[in-house]
Ligand binder design. Structure first.
Ligand code: GDD
Ligand code: MN
Length: 396
């Protein structure tokens, strides 16, 4: 963090420090900003108009801008009746999500409200979000575009609308229980009690921070308040296709934290590998290759396909322990061993255990699948404990 300026309010009260005990019901508004110089002055003005004097409030901007947004904030801050802090980050770790986490760490109040800096989230709702949380004794209050009274008027274009709708649907389908009662898990506008923000959430740098909070540290009671997603006041959306891909990876990561869920994902990816496998088999036999060598070569296409998908979706965060060539070799060996193992295993099940061919084959498939999953987890993607311990000792 390069500069950190805290501006005292009108009465000369200093900004609320992270270590001070805040008044109950006080709110820290966390605003991530990336080149929002045309918006921040208006945003502060709207917050000033919206937040009643009896609600102690501070605003923390977490800024990754390359323009003069921090300067504009500092100029506007003395006109505000509440403390305004700018945390400018030279390294924008984690992008939008990382910025929000940074702001939450700095927040000194019981309640944290996260909102965008482009005036798409109406500040007039801030007191209502907190009041609803207090009234319903909720840990999280989501401003939703999808309940009665809410709308997405400001979502630019039918393309963004369709993407947003599909993403919301997919997310709700993947986490029906955890997201029960949250109609808008993609919302970037919500209030959360500081006590509900767990260290678990503060570590990873998810882009959709609300989703992260709702799934990983699901607060006991959740409430929603409708809101109209306004047009951007100035500037352009920073959301890109790349953010979309990051979101899909985030979803995959959240969904596959339990071993069982990972095994299901492993199986689904494995099934999808039949497509390149069979396509290659068809192409090779069409080209006149004998079907036995063709089987072996075609299998490598399926293996490569699986490897790429697994690396990207399932084991993304667990790849660093080994060099990519090491991982490729190990994965390839395990995947092919599976094929080689299956035939003798079927022979064993038929010959020794008296199974008929079909159940023996099915059982062998299941056994080799579980072995392959366990083998891949343990031999390719598990951190090497002994080596780490040794390194730690030599560093100490
Ligand atoms: N600090 C920081 N770093 N802030 C960022 C970054 C970043 O890398 N990227 C974007 N922001 C800030 C923007 O300056 C803005 O204040 C806010 O985050 C939202 O960014 P927009 O670019 O305006 O996003 P959007 O309007 O497309 O998306 C909003 O609506 C979505 C729902 O459709 C966001 O609220 C999303 O979180 C939300 O899912
Ligand atoms: Mn926006």
């Amino acid at each position: 963090m390069s500069h950190e300026s805290t501006v005292p309010d009108e009465l000369g009260r200093p900004a609320v420090g992270a270590s001070e005990v805040p008044e109950p019901g006080a709110v820290t508004i966390v605003v991530p900003t990336f080149n929002e110089s045309g918006n921040v002055r208006r945003l502060l003005h709207l917050i000033t108009e919206s937040v009643p004097a009896r609600l102690p409030c501070e605003v923390v901007f977490v800024d990754d801008s390359t323009d003069d947004t921090p300067d504009v904030i500092r100029e506007a801050a003395p006109d505000c009746p509440f403390p305004v802090t700018v945390l400018h980050r030279d390294e924008p770790a984690g992008g939008l999500g990382g910025a929000v986490v940074e702001g939450m760490k700095a927040a000194g109040s019981d309640w944290i409200v996260v909102m965008d800096g482009d005036c798409q989230h109406p500040p007039s709702l801030v007191p209502e979000l907190v009041a609803t949380g207090e009234r319903a004794n909720a840990g999280l209050v989501v401003a939703s575009r999808y309940i009665k009274g809410g709308s997405r008027a400001g979502l630019a274009g039918s393309y963004r609308l369709a993407v947003s709708r599909a993403a919301t649907w997919l997310t709700k389908a993947l986490f029906p229980r955890r997201l029960h009662g949250i109609s808008d898990p993609m919302s970037g506008f919500f209030a959360i009690r500081r006590s509900e923000v767990t260290a678990e959430v503060l570590k990873p740098l998810g882009y959709k921070i609300l989703l992260e909070l709702a799934v990983r540290s699901r607060p006991q009671a959740v409430a929603e308040v409708p809101f109209v997603f306004e047009e951007r006041f100035a500037g352009e959306s920073k959301s890109t296709a790349q953010e979309g891909l990051r979101f899909l990876r985030h979803l995959a990561g959240l969904r596959t934290t339990s071993p069982l869920a990972r095994m299901v994902a492993f199986g689904l990816i494995g099934l999808s590998g039949f497509v390149p496998n069979l396509a290659a088999l068809w192409a090779l036999t069409e080209a006149g290759v004998h079907y036995l060598p063709a089987e072996i070569v075609a299998n490598q296409f399926g293996v490569a396909w699986n490897f790429l998908l697994l690396e990207r979706l399932l084991f993304r965060d667990r790849r660093r322990h080994r060099h990519w060539a090491d991982r490729t070799l190990r994965f390839g060996l395990i995947a092919n061993a599976d094929l080689v193992l299956r035939i003798p295993l079927i022979a064993l099940l038929v010959g020794e255990f008296g199974l008929t061919v079909l159940p023996a084959t099915a059982l062998a498939l299941v056994i080799t699948f579980v072995l392959r999953f366990a083998g891949t987890e343990a031999l390719v993607y598990l951190p090497r404990r002994r080596r780490t311990a040794r390194t730690a000792r030599s560093e100490a």
